[in-house]
Design a protein. Sequence first.
Length: 205
Amino acid sequence: MPIKNKLAFSQLPEEYKLKKEFDLSENLTAKILLSLISLILFFLFLLFFIWLLQLLRPASVNFAAGFSLFRGVNFFPDQILILLLITFVMVFLHEGIHGLFFWLFTKQKPKFGFKLVYAYAGAPGWYIAKWPYLVIGIAPLIVITIIGFGVMLVLPEGWILPILLFITINAGGAAGDIYTVFWLLPKPKDILVHDSGERVKIFED
């Protein structure tokens, strides 16, 4: 089996056929459901991160100190702009990490795209083995959370709130990645995954 010797293929092996497909771009119901799940995940991760922060750095959970970033901000629109900036940077970093891992497995520049309500990274023309693809899918959640939490443990308390928002928005925004990972986990180990960015196809032999 060629799948045992390679992590990614630039051409689909002859014995592999399309079995499943998930297309977010053409599924309005999935978009709405994913948005609701993202919102729920945001609050669940927020509670979890606060609990973990209390456990690892108890004296720091005084969020009055965290609001030092917003000191001097007197207007509600300014606060919205800061939140939008945090989200904008997070989206670029999140998709950049996806792209980095696509490149690590394919050694080819990934494709990036932006729609009205979401951004994506993909590797059109590449067929990636199951476990490398799972790593690609979950990498932004794991990398940003670990690094962000590590930074929160050492930086002054004034940085806790913005970093907490950053990693929580990222975690909530990873709803699609988490769904894809759980969708793929029960699939056979020898599947190949083609991810164009908006559409994920599964091929089996």
